[in-house]
Design a protein around this ligand. Structure first.
Ligand code: NAD
Length: 480
């Protein structure tokens, strides 16, 4: 059994409970971790509070140097960590390596910012005498980070990176199905020179997550996960006035215009939908194709999706055609099957269904459907798996109306070189991000956050740093 990381020590759950870690490609329980609860969260927050005093007082350059040493250690052990990620998460090894690189890029981005945190100066009126106004920035204290299963490493990095760079300490609660790679990375960061307790990992499920969200000494809570859990988090964390960000579900539309480079659009849409077996918040979840290019788009789409082979993520090296691993758990696979069935019952038409895989593993073959009536599960719910609905549209008004016809507002994209259509997409699509002639990708350099039911606040970019800093105004009088 792996153990949790609390106060620099590897520890079991106070209550003694464990939970299995399952390989979704084989259904084998290959390891286990403690099933932590409230007492473990209390211990982790206590350790983080103690470490805060030392870490927050370090020179920013020193903090950056410790982070960089941690980054180097993670990079050195990258392949082993990526393999662990494949076993617990299911994605192909090449995707796991990609995720690791994204984590390292993000941590570097925030290590660079440690010494660039700035306040400001304000000229003040002299009615109370001459005085000098400053705005200073201070770390907030102990931060909580609750992470989902689909990108356990990058989504830990988007929270831990800015938290530690700004001088805070952190308690991470990974998803119950993907705790192992997280524990490994946290241990390497800890061993690189963080004070004991600057980073803690409490493994467990909803009980541990709720205890972290409710803890009065956690001043900042960064949550990534489903909209349903996000809503619960807001209920728990709201009364204590924590600084909460919620990065939640999405139903990202893409619009393929008459002048689009159709091959590029198809390639983007296929990666956008089927990467990570469709388990991506920013996945391309709905496609609207103009009449003029609809047939060409569909033909090319089905040809490309037909090349997808399912397999254990570790098989990728021997079988290069393996492009999709299993879904992460039986419950996610069953939810997709149920959504597809309800969509078909409501009038959607399956136009392509890939070859499944016999035997064990939570595999779900890629599916393309003509969307049918614009209602039901493919529009109103988040489809978190490899099912892609496509609709034909006749003009930009219709495309934008349908793109916005969803409770979500995370990402969106458009395939065109027409500046007027690009401008309309940028101005009129209700989403936190719009990509033009590119697939949806969360750059560390740009703020990332959803509108509507897709969340509140931002991660990534310079903007993310602000959520990890308190602002104080200081007035120095007596200068006459
Ligand atoms: P989830 O909401 O089930 O779980 C997310 C995390 O919250 C896990 O660590 C889980 O243990 C914890 N949790 C569960 N119940 C809790 C509770 N009551 N209180 C506190 N914590 C609790 O999500 P998931 O299935 O792991 O992840 C998939 C979802 O995450 C999708 O909806 C996806 O769109 C979303 N997501 C969003 C983004 C984004 O940046 N917007 C990124 C990745 C994933």
């Amino acid at each position: 059994m792996e153990k949790m990381l609390i106060g620099g020590e590897k520890v079991a759950a106070r209550g003694g409970e464990e939970m299995p870690v399952v390989n979704p490609a084989t259904e084998e329980e290959f390891d286990s971790v403690p099933n932590g609860g409230k007492e473990d969260v209390d211990a982790a927050v206590e350790a983080a509070s103690r470490a805060f005093d030392e870490w927050s007082k370090k020179d920013p350059d020193e903090r950056a140097a410790v982070l960089r040493a941690g980054i180097a250690a993670v990079e050195e052990n990258g392949r082993e960590i990526a393999q662990l990620l494949v076993r617990e998460q299911g994605k192909p090894l090449s995707e796991a390596m990609g995720e690791l690189h994204h984590l390292l890029h993000g941590l570097n981005f925030y290590a660079d910012l440690a010494s660039k945190i700035r306040g400001s100066h304000a000229p003040l009126p002299s009615n109370l005498g001459r005085s000098y106004g400053m705005v200073i920035k201070r770390p907030v204290g102990v931060c909580g980070a609750i992470v989902p299963f689909n990108f356990p490493l990058t989504l830990m990095g988007t929270k831990v990176g800015p938290a530690l760079a700004a001088g805070n300490t952190v308690v991470v609660k990974p998803s119950e199905s993907t705790p192992l790679a997280t524990l490994r990375v946290a241990q390497l960061l800890q061993d690189a020179g963080l004070p004991a307790g600057a980073i803690n990992v409490v493994t467990g499920g909803a009980e541990a997550g709720e205890a972290l969200a409710a803890h009065p000494r956690v001043r900042r809570l960064a949550f990534t996960g489903s909209t349903k859990t996000g809503s619960r988090i807001m209920q728990i964390a709201g009364p204590a006035f924590k600084r909460v960000t919620c990065e939640l579900g999405g139903s990202d539309p893409t619009i393929v215009c008459p002048d689009a480079d159709v091959e590029a659009a198809v390639k983007g849409v296929v990666i956008g939908r089927y990467f990570n077996a469709g388990q991506q918040c920013l996945a391309t979840k709905r496609v609207y194709v103009f009449d003029e290019v609809y047939d060409e788009f569909m033909q090319s789409l089905i040809k490309r999706v037909s090349r997808y082979e399912l397999g254990d993520g570790m098989e990728k090296a021997e079988r290069p055609k393996v492009r999709m691993g299993p879904m992460n758990a039986a419950r996610y696979r069953d939810a997709i099957a149920d959504q597809l069935q309800r969509a078909v019952d409501g009038g959607a038409r399956v136009v392509h269904e890939g070859e499944g895989r016999d035997g064990k593993g939570y595999f779900f073959a890629p599916v393309v459907v003509e969307g049918g009536p614009h209602e039901g599960p493919l529009v109103r719910e988040e489809v978190f798996g490899p099912v892609l609905p496509v609709w034909r549209v006749h003009d930009m008004d219709e495309a934008i109306r349908l793109a916005n016809d969803t409770p979500y507002g995370l990402g969106s994209s458009i395939w065109t070189y027409d500046a007027r259509l690009i401008n309309r997409a940028a101005e009129e699509i209700e989403a936190g991000m719009t990509w033009v002639n590119q697939i949806h990708y969360g750059y560390d350099e740009l703020p990332f956050g959803g509108w509507k039911n897709s969340g509140i606040g931002h991660e990534h970019g310079l903007e993310a740093m602000d959520y990890y800093l308190e602002t104080k105004s200081v007035v120095i009088g007596g200068l006459d």
